[in-house]
Design a protein. Structure first.
Length: 182
């Protein structure tokens, strides 16, 4: 891995959110894979001095699209996808008041094979610390972070009078190509 500054966004890779369901009605719902489709950022990588590395990311909170729903009694329909996406915008993230989600690293350590990024995540207008685990291989950065929604004041989505709800923990995964700026 070479040192440098690398632009990030949908053209360089994917930023996915994975949810799971819980509650008495969990069998009726779906575990979801949701993609952020409009986002940008920058990674500064210094393999010789990880503390000199940094990352910033800004996500359009209204850009989440449901890619897949697994489990459930019936298959996820296009109408279900639209309804879930609208619920994410209106009831979960309140995008009219909080149109962006941001992450800014505060500390980076480890090695290319296993790095650890501490940072500040601003979600639904609340900023809290978060830890990202990842690795650099063959010019790609891959990793994840677990977000506990309630720590950001987000009440996990529920339906059927609470019988079906999303788990409080969601996993954010990334797989990004690191191409230096021209």
């Amino acid at each position: 891995m070479i040192a440098g500054s690398f632009p990030l966004g949908p053209e360089s890779g994917r930023l996915l959110v994975h949810t799971t369901r819980t509650g008495l009605g969990a069998k009726a719902g779906h575990d979801l894979t949701i993609e952020a489709t409009r986002w940008s950022g920058e990674a500064t990588v210094d393999p010789g001095d990880p503390a000199g590395s940094s990352v910033t990311v800004t996500v359009d909170a209204g850009s989440f699209e449901v890619l897949e729903g697994t489990g459930g009694v019936k298959a996820l329909t296009d109408g279900d996808r639209r309804e879930i996406q609208e619920n994410i915008r209106r009831k979960v993230l309140h995008t009219e008041r909080h149109p962006e989600i941001t992450f800014r690293s505060t500390r980076v350590d480890g090695t290319a094979e296993s790095f650890h990024v501490e940072g500040e995540l601003t979600l639904a207008g609340v900023t809290r610390p978060v830890i990202v685990q990842g690795m650099l291989t063959e010019g790609r950065a891959r990793g994840s972070a677990v977000i506990v929604q309630s720590r950001w004041g987000i009440r996990p989505y529920s339906a059927f009078f609470g019988a079906l709800k999303l788990s409080d923990e969601v996993e954010v995964r990334f797989d990004l190509g690191l191409t230096p700026r021209p």
